[in-house]
Design a protein around this ligand. Structure first.
Ligand SMILES: Nc1ncnc2c1ncn2[C@@H]1O[C@H](COP(=O)(O)OP(=O)(O)O)[C@@H](O)[C@H]1O
Ligand SMILES: [Mg+2]
Length: 363
């Protein structure tokens, strides 16, 4: 019998999106094809310590986004960064726990989606699902991402970047450039954490101070009036786009509460109600964006469709939510790719990209 491929599903982590990651990982594990793959579960606690988790993946309050958590785990492990060792080692006993053939990082936000875990995988010479170091880092940084798209004449909301401090920021100048309805966002975060909407000077500076607590770089954006359209992309050199979906937030914007805590906070409409021509334009823009931002494997591309029918990119998610109600797997399911096959495809793409990388000349 052919030996199964050992897939390290890594979840949790130090990011503000720790809990979402647990929900996503649970779902990825559930859909992993166990005939071909053997999961190796690695939970990262909120302090950043890696733990080997037994197969059951014991999560507390597993169904509740408000209180889901990793159970007390005390089996600290290390992933060897030595090329070709590809092993997970127990910190306490120094024994090898498992070989690792592929890493599936189900980590949203900082230390997972930003290129750091991808860098570790690269050093260790282990294929990693999703984007590599550069694509992940670009996708994480809303400021850099927008600069690259703007350079290629892809529409993005007008924005101003503020670094380190609110000192010296002149509200009047910002309003002159962007209008008075503003979105204030930490440049490197997700799940709407630290994002505010402001209409006046007082709430603007409050929002700015809040965002600066999460990231030394903050972007201020003009408010875009339009529909929120999302498209899933899958592939390496020849990526494919799914049928688009739409997010219809209950009120204001798609906040953290609307995303995860309030069941009726937003409606995920699959498919989005679009014409054939609109669908094609969304898909083509999603693929262009994926390529321009150096992505591979997967990404969810989020855009606005304005009243005049034009499209602008809002953001890209290189490790999109993967819970059982998340847009990325749901869009593929609707497009004819069931979740189990999607997960297998992502793992195959990771191995394919890694094999190609290793064929490159080093000297
Ligand atoms: N410029 C904008 N104009 C209008 N709505 C916005 C704008 N930027 C963000 N939003 C709203 O805020 C939500 C979260 O912003 P987003 O940039 O997607 O951050 P995150 O990475 O945290 O998901 C969006 O889904 C949308 O509802
Ligand atoms: Mg978003």
């Amino acid at each position: 019998m052919k030996e199964k491929i050992k897939v390290a599903i890594i979840f949790g982590g130090r990011s503000t999106e720790h809990a979402i990651s647990l929900l996503s990982a649970q779902n990825v594990l559930g859909s992993l094809d166990k005939e071909i793959y053997d999961p190796v579960l690695i939970g990262i606690d909120k302090k950043g310590q890696w733990h080997y988790n037994e197969k059951s993946m014991s999560l507390l309050n597993a169904q509740d986004a408000n209180s889901i958590s990793m159970t007390e785990m005390d089996n600290p492990v290390l992933l060897s960064q030595n090329t070709n060792q590809r092993t997970l080692t127990s910190v306490n006993t120094k024994e090898t726990i498992s070989r690792i053939d592929v890493i599936f990082p189900v980590l949203h936000g900082t230390f997972g989606e930003d290129g750091s875990i991808q860098g570790l995988a690269k050093l260790a010479n282990i294929p990693v699902v999703g984007c590599g170091v550069l694509g992940s880092a670009i996708g994480m940084d809303k400021d850099i991402m927008k600069r690259i798209l703007r350079d290629d004449n892809i529409g993005v909301a007008k924005w101003v970047t503020i670094k380190h401090t609110s000192k010296g920021v002149i509200y009047k100048d910002i309003v002159e450039t962007l209008g008075n309805e503003l979105f204030i966002k930490p440049a490197n975060l997700g799940s709407s954490v630290g994002i505010s909407f402001s209409k006046d000077q007082e709430s603007f500076f409050k929002g700015l101070e809040l965002a600066l607590q999460f990231d030394p770089k903050v972007i201020i954006e003009e408010k875009i009036i339009g529909r929120e359209i999302e498209c899933a992309v899958l592939g390496n050199e020849y990526p494919k786009a799914s049928i688009p979906g739409e997010i219809i937030p209950k009120d204001g914007f798609y906040s953290f509460e609307n995303k995860y805590l309030d069941e009726s906070g937003a409606k995920l409409q699959i498919p989005a109600d679009l014409t054939e021509n609109q669908i094609q334009r969304v898909q083509s823009l999603a693929i262009d964006t994926f390529k321009l931002l150096e992505c591979s494997g997967m990404s969810r591309i989020d855009m606005f469709m304005k009243e005049d029918d034009s499209l602008i990119i809002n953001e890209i998610n290189t490790i999109p939510g993967f819970t059982n109600i998340s847009m990325y797997p749901k869009l593929w399911e609707y497009s004819g790719l069931p979740q189990k096959e999607l997960i297998s495809k992502l793992i195959e793409l990771a191995i394919e990209a890694h094999t190609k990388q290793n064929k490159l000349k080093l000297t």
